[in-house]
Design a protein around this ligand. Structure first.
Ligand code: FRU
Length: 707
């Protein structure tokens, strides 16, 4: 084994680590000095990423030890010669699986006792192959002999380990930091970079009790600032600790508690900010969660990474509105905790005495969520279901003490949608199980659950919804609907135990919309739905927030040509956005004719086309370069894949354009997409003939951010 003073390396005379002792930097061809067992480590150090591996980064120079030879299923061990511990710290880079004893680097005494051990950071799907600095304080072992073992005993996902740059040093490569603040302001503000590989794990306590944890890409050269919203914790003491590389010391000193955060003055004014769609002040959003209407307030929770513009740290962001458009963001409803990060779920009104949740004598609110245990601080059960409750009208939520209320059952089971089923007087949970299968679970009290049945939505998965609707508004004729994340749905009957589909899956919901759900307890029997508009964060041009919700929409059932189908329309509240209206003239129009509109990117086009009087093969409108045309032969809405039957010879179109998106509602079908809005005039589509507009209006829509 090469065991030398780093200063003697001609290559690096300037680094100044004169005192460091290199155990191994894995730059040689073979593993000289190590005993190699098994196949996993190959014949020598890896020179970068191995076949089928995610891109490996963070190692020094060319080589690093990797047990990914032969993929995750190979196993093996590297054992070093004994060396004397002559410095206060042992520094190294490590990556790969986070399985103690199975994917690890061990410091072992001559008697075989494991003196120190470390793993990589990854368990669940996703993760990163970046190696990170770690440092063991070995001052208590001064002068003792020990050896190192790099162990891979694990098969399957993240069953490998990577190690590099093992050095004895008097200065640690990473330092344990800890700071405390009396919470006198609302925000703990963090300077961050967009670079995900720079993320470090921060652990937070409040008054000494576990609070939460997050991966934050702290940076001395920030792209923007993010914050921990502490509005609900004033007066407490917040303590944050982390292991940081030395070069982040200064950035760490800039983390500050205050009533504002740098960049706040620009919030909602950014060029890429949608003007009337929900986005978060900061960070990434995905699925809508916990949709519940209570006491005049619409609650919108959402999958949220408060600390950056990519998916991570799943937290339930929380916003409230009295009209589905003007939102006020509250502190998160649920933050990552001991059972894991907070995956999707639902919200519901909890009347007094109808559950084992301590909501008090008055009506409370409840949330059902998935705790994704693989991403817990100490990884536990893969995915369990928990409940939380609010006794203050939905301002704050507490996780139930007896969680999980449903242990892990199968696969990546998740996304509980819970509601009260009046005929059987109990709670029902639709839960995604695995592949295209969902389960129905029932409970008298929201705490003890029994699996009643399963159902399938071929072609779909994740994020169930289950609700009852009247056909053509007739309360005597109702059907139930099961819904999956893509918007595939089945109509059928539900008796509180089983869902019996009456036909194959249908779909009237297209484009980028995904993982939507409907509101519990909406007024006037309404079924109000939000979806998430998934897409490429590049569409947000590096803004400090990414992705958005769809428009709110109202669902109903209609019988069309003898078949019952879902009918999707913009929620009536959208009319409240209209500021000015131009009547663009009705009657026959020909292809390419300009429609007089408004400047800007935020408007609605409302059109009724009489298909009998229309001679064109394709008819519709072009909005900001996107053609929204209905094709007579295929009865489909072109340019997007949405399809709809024409009901009464009229095509009723409502097209909403906002910064970066276009959403189309056409005879009960919805298509929502991100678009590149370079502009372009509003024009008529009338291919091969003329189109007859019974109505054609353009409305300029106001921004909801300056009420
Ligand atoms: C859907 C989904 C859910 C899961 C959540 C995690 O987009 O995969 O199934 O709960 O996102 O953020």
């Amino acid at each position: 084994m090469r065991f030398h003073r780093l200063a003697s390396l001609a290559l690096f005379p300037v680094l100044g680590f004169a005192e460091d002792l290199v155990i191994d930097d894995f730059e040689a061809e073979g593993f000289g000095g190590w005993t190699v067992e098994g196949e996993a480590f190959g014949k020598g150090p890896a020179r970068g990423t191995l076949p089928n591996q995610m891109e490996v980064s963070g190692y020094e120079r060319r080589g690093h030890a990797s047990s990914y030879h032969g993929g995750d299923d190979s196993t093996g061990r590297l054992r070093s010669r004994a060396f004397r511990i002559e410095r206060r710290h042992l520094n190294f880079l490590i990556g790969g699986g986070a399985y103690p004893g199975e994917t690890c680097l061990n410091l072992v005494s001559p008697e075989g006792e494991v003196l120190r051990t470390a793993t990589g950071p990854n368990t669940g799907s996703g993760g990163s192959e970046a190696l990170e600095w770690r440092s063991w304080d070995v001052s208590d072992l001064d002068g003792r002999e020990a050896r190192l073992e790099v162990v891979d005993r694990r098969r399957g996902g993240w069953g490998h380990i990577t190690v590099d740059a093992i050095r004895l040093s008097d200065t640690p490569a990473v330092v344990e930091v800890e700071r405390s603040w009396g919470v006198e302001g609302r925000y703990l503000a963090w300077p961050v970079t967009r670079d995900k590989t720079a993320s470090r794990r921060f652990v937070m306590t409040l008054d000494g009790e576990p609070f939460t944890y997050a991966n934050i890409a702290l940076s001395g050269d920030p792209d923007f600032w993010v914050f921990t919203d502490l509005a609900d914790h004033r007066g407490k003491t917040l303590t944050v600790s982390a292991r940081l590389p030395r070069e982040l010391r200064e950035a760490w000193e800039r983390v500050a508690l205050s009533d504002d955060y740098p960049g706040e003055e620009m919030i909602y004014q950014e060029d890429r900010r949608p003007l009337y769609h929900f986005t978060s002040r900061r960070g990434w959003i995905n699925d809508p969660n916990g949709l519940v209407y209570h006491d005049g307030t619409w609650h919108l929770c959402y999958q949220h990474n408060p600390y950056n513009i990519f998916w991570d740290n799943m937290t339930w962001g929380h916003a409230v509105s009295d009209d589905l458009f003007h939102w006020e963001e509250l502190p998160p409803a649920l933050v990552p905790g001991p059972q894991g990060v907070m995956y999707s779920g639902s919200g519901f009104v909890v009347p007094a005495k109808r559950s084992a949740l301590p909501v008090g004598d008055r009506e409370g609110l409840g949330l059902a969520y998935t705790a994704w245990g693989e991403l817990a601080l100490e990884p536990g059960q893969r995915a369990t279901q928990g409940v939380a409750y609010s006794a203050d009208g939905g301002r704050t939520f507490s996780k139930f003490d007896g969680n999980p209320v449903l242990e892990h059952l199968v696969g990546g089971n998740r996304d509980p949608k819970v509601f009260w089923h009046e005929p059987t007087a109990r709670w029902v949970m639709a839960l995604y199980h695995d592949r295209d299968e969902y389960g129905i679970h029932v409970s008298p009290d929201l705490v003890s659950w029994r699996q009643a049945s399963t159902y399938r939505i071929p072609g779909d998965s994740e994020c169930p919804d289950l609700f009852e609707l009247a056909i053509d508004g007739d309360p005597q004729r109702t059907k139930w609907v099961v819904w999956g994340a893509k918007g595939l749905y089945r109509i059928g009957d539900f008796d509180g135990e089983h869902f019996e589909p009456s036909g194959e899956p249908q779909r009237h919901y297209w484009g980028n919309a995904y993982a939507g759900q409907t509101y519990d307890s909406a007024p006037d029997g309404r079924r109000v739905h939000f979806g998430w508009m998934r897409g490429d964060i590049a569409a947000f041009g590096g803004a400090p927030f990414s992705l958005q919700m769809t428009l709110p929409m109202d669902f109903s059932l209609r019988e069309v040509d003898g078949e019952v189908r879902l009918w999707i329309e913009p929620s009536p509240e959208a009319r409240g956005l209209r500021r000015r209206t131009k009547d663009a003239g009705v009657g026959l129009r020909s292809d390419g004719e300009k429609i007089e509109g408004f400047r800007g990117r935020s408007f609605e086009i409302e059109a009724v086309i009489d298909l009998e009087k229309t001679t064109a093969e394709r008819c519709g409108v072009t909005v900001l370069g996107e053609s929204i045309g209905w094709d007579r032969a295929t009865r489909t809405l072109g340019g997007a894949e949405g399809r709809q039957a024409v009901v009464d010879g009229k095509l009723r179109l409502r097209v909403f354009s906002d910064v970066g998106t276009i959403e189309v509602f056409a005879n009960g079908t919805y298509v929502g997409s991100y678009v590149d809005q370079r502009g372009g005039p509003l024009t008529v589509i009338a291919t091969g003939g003329e189109v007859h507009f019974d109505e054609l209006r353009v409305h300029r829509l106001g921004s909801v951010w300056n009420r």
